[in-house]
Structures are given as structure tokens and as C-alpha cells.
Design a protein around this ligand. Structure first.
Ligand code: NAG
Length: 352
């Protein structure tokens, strides 16, 4: 009723303001939004694009009943995979929700370069549209979850959270409220998310209460700008890893953020053009030289801290499927292990 009144009022305005969004025509056709939350009791769940998963239309009371029935379905007391997180003492929903370790994980998690924090340390996971899949991780890992989002074409947001899950497939008679196991979950989303969508506070499986803690979400930033003389940007899941046998790799330039203005793909284009100029002035004995016609710009981070802009250069173009170097761990001379991650990776190719 309320909505109909608003639309009628806007429709009246439309006569004097023709550029107003034509709600009169399009709002009538809005389907009820289909909100989806990640399924529980699966380690990973990457739906085919056309397969909706665990659809819960919140508005309809009949749907709510259906959801309850699904949640109440009895299991066979078989074990679920053990999660990687600690189980709080006592093993209760309240202790889980107020566990300081989970709050610290969430509050101290690095915001991956190329993403903006949307919310931090909520007690609910996302229930939104454009669900793209779920990964169970071995630690609270915003960098790893961001990398999964980067690797999934169309992913523009992710949710990292801790979930109290049953250790057994609960059964009303034999195991109605089994001990819990703690899972670190990472869900991917194909539309930007907001804290208003952090509404999935959990559910029951028989007498076991699934609850959420330390829920953080991040939206991916817009791609970098176009560069004159080049086609792109082409979004990549990681850094380009061209076959060594192609001989196509021409080297790289690294621009530390401590010394430069940040991520500007023009910086890489300038390096690519300069390399071609240098090579043409210093050809091989037979007069041949390599021309830079393709570059990959990305940010290299060490232990979550962005270090600088990395530009790798090639004499051939490489498809996005070659952008599969997601980072690595390295043992430093003092024995500490550092984690290097790749983010905001895009390629550009010289326009023909
Ligand atoms: C790129 O350079 C390699 C090594 O010199 C060469 O074998 C290859 O043909 C070059 N590719 C193009 C497209 O020029």
C-alpha cells in the first residue's frame, strides 16, 4: 500500500521532471527480491550461475514455514568436517557470540587492497541477492577470501565470518544438540553489499543453534581507468603467469607506494613504452628486438600491507585465464614466513 502511494506521488511529479526515473512503468514489474544466504553444513558451494541456492524469500510467511521445516529435517548423527577454529568454553551460542578471539580476528583483519570495508565484526552474515558461492577457510582470512572473489568473474563483494556449526548431522532423538565445530566461512557476492543485508543471524538444526560472529564484508573498488593507446583494463584473478617457454616475458618494474602516488596504470604503460624504445635502440645482432605490447598492473602486498604497483611486461597478449598467480609465502633470512598477495590485477594490451 505504502509503496503504491509513493509511486503515485512520483508519477505526478514526472510531468514536470521528465528525467525522473520512470517508476510508474518499471516498479510495477519489479519481482520480489530473491534473498539468498549461504547454505550451512557444506565445505564449499559454488553454484552454477543459473542454479539458485537455499532461496529464502523473507516476505512470505509460507516461505518462512518452509525454511523452518528444512532446518528441522532430521539427520543421521554422521559427523560433519571439523572446522579450523577454536571451540569456546563453554560450548554455547552465547559464549561463541561474545568470544573475544573472533572479535579480534574481525577487528584486526586487513582490508585487502582494491576493496573497501563495508562492515566489521557483526553477529550476522549476509543474506542478499547475487550469491556466488561459499568457501570454508582454514583461518580468518580476508586476503584469501578477497583472492577467491578476484578469481570469480563478476564477484564484487565478499563476507568473511565465523560460524558455530554442529559437529554431527543433528537428529531429534539420538543427537539433538551435538558439540559444535567452528568454521571460517567466506561467501562471494555479485552485487555490492551493505550492512542492512547482514541479517542472517543463524538458525536451528533440531536443538543445535547455529550462530555467527566476527562478520566482515568488503566491496570491490571500481576498475582502474583506461590508458591512452591501450585496450583495457581486463580484470584478472591474479598476476599473469605466462608459460616460460613462450619467451614472452620482458621483465617488470616495481613502484613502491612509499615513493610514488599509488595505483596508476599509466605508470605501467609508460614503462612498457619505454622498454620498447630502449629495446629498439639496442637490438640483437640480427636487428630484432622485443616490443612490449601487453602489461599486467597489480598491487603486491606483504602480510596484508600494500607495498607498491607491480608492472610486468610481455611481447604478446595473454588471456585472463593466465592470471593465476595469486601470491606466495616466503621464508625470510631470519626464519619468519611472509605472505605475499596479489590484488587489483588488470591487464592492458597495445591497441592495434
Ligand atoms: C616474443 O619474444 C619471443 C622471444 O624472443 C619470441 O620467440 C616470440 O616470437 C615473440 N612474440 C611475438 C608475438 O613477437
Amino acid at each position: 500500500m505504502h509503496t503504491a502511494l509513493c509511486i503515485a506521488a512520483l508519477a505526478g511529479l514526472a510531468y514536470s521532471a521528465p528525467q525522473l526515473i520512470n517508476l510508474d512503468e518499471i516498479a510495477a514489474d519489479f519481482p520480489a527480491p530473491v534473498l539468498v544466504k549461504a547454505p550451512v553444513n557444506v565445505v564449499s558451494n559454488i553454484p552454477a550461475p543459473s542454479t539458485p541456492v537455499d532461496i529464502v524469500p523473507l516476505q512470505s510467511s509460507s516461505a518462512k514455514k518452509r525454511e523452518l521445516k528444512v532446518a528441522k529435517r532430521d539427520g543421521d548423527c554422521s559427523p560433519y568436517p571439523t572446522g579450523s577454529g577454536p571451540v569456546p568454553t563453554p560450548d554455547t551460542p552465547a559464549a561463541f557470540q561474545s568470544d573475544p578471539d573472533f572479535a579480534n580476528d574481525a577487528n584486526n583483519a586487513p582490508t585487502p587492497y582494491g576493496y573497501a570495508s563495508t562492515f566489521t565484526n557483526l553477529g550476522a552474515s549476509l543474506q542478499a541477492s547475487n550469491y556466488m558461492g561459499l568457501y570454508t577457510l582454514t583461518e580468518y582470512d580476508t586476503l584469501g577470501c578477497a583472492s577467491q572473489c578476484d578469481q570469480a568473474s563478476g564477484c564484487v563483494a565478499f563476507n568473511m565470518y565465523v560460524e558455530r556449526d554442529p559437529s554431527l548431522n543433528a537428529n531429534a532423538v539420538s543427537c539433538p544438540n551435538p558439540p559444535s565445530t567452528t568454521n571460517y566461512k567466506c561467501t562471494l557476492w555479485g552485487a555490492p553489499v551493505s550492512s542492512d543485508e547482514a541479517t542472517n543471524t543463524g538458525q536451528y538444526q533440531d536443538s543445535f543453534e547455529i550462530v555467527i560472529a566476527g562478520s566482515n564484508a568488503y566491496n570491490k573498488n571500481s576498475p582502474p581507468p583506461a590508458v591512452s593507446g591501450y585496450d583495457g583494463p581486463q580484470e584478472l584473478g591474479g598476476a599473469i603467469n605466462a608459460p616460460t617457454s613462450s619467451g614472452s616475458y620482458m621483465g617488470y618494474q616495481f613502484y613502491p607506494f612509499s615513493q610514488s602516488q599509488g595505483y596508476d596504470p599509466q605508470t605501467c604503460a609508460d614503462a612498457c613504452n619505454a622498454q620498447t624504445t630502449y629495446d629498439s635502440e639496442n637490438p640483437a645482432a640480427d636487428g630484432s628486438y622485443m616490443s612490449c605490447i601487453f602489461f599486467n598492473a597489480y598491487v603486491l602486498s606483504e602480510n596484508g600491507i600494500p607495498q607498491g604497483l607491480y608492472c610486468s611486461m610481455y611481447n604478446e597478449t595473454w588471456a585472463a585465464s593466465y592470471g593465476n598467480n595469486y601470491g606466495q609465502y616466503r621464508t625470510e633470512s631470519d626464519g619468519t614466513v611472509d605472505r605475499y598477495t596479489v590484488s587489483d590485477s588488470y591487464s592492458y594490451s597495445l591497441s592495434s
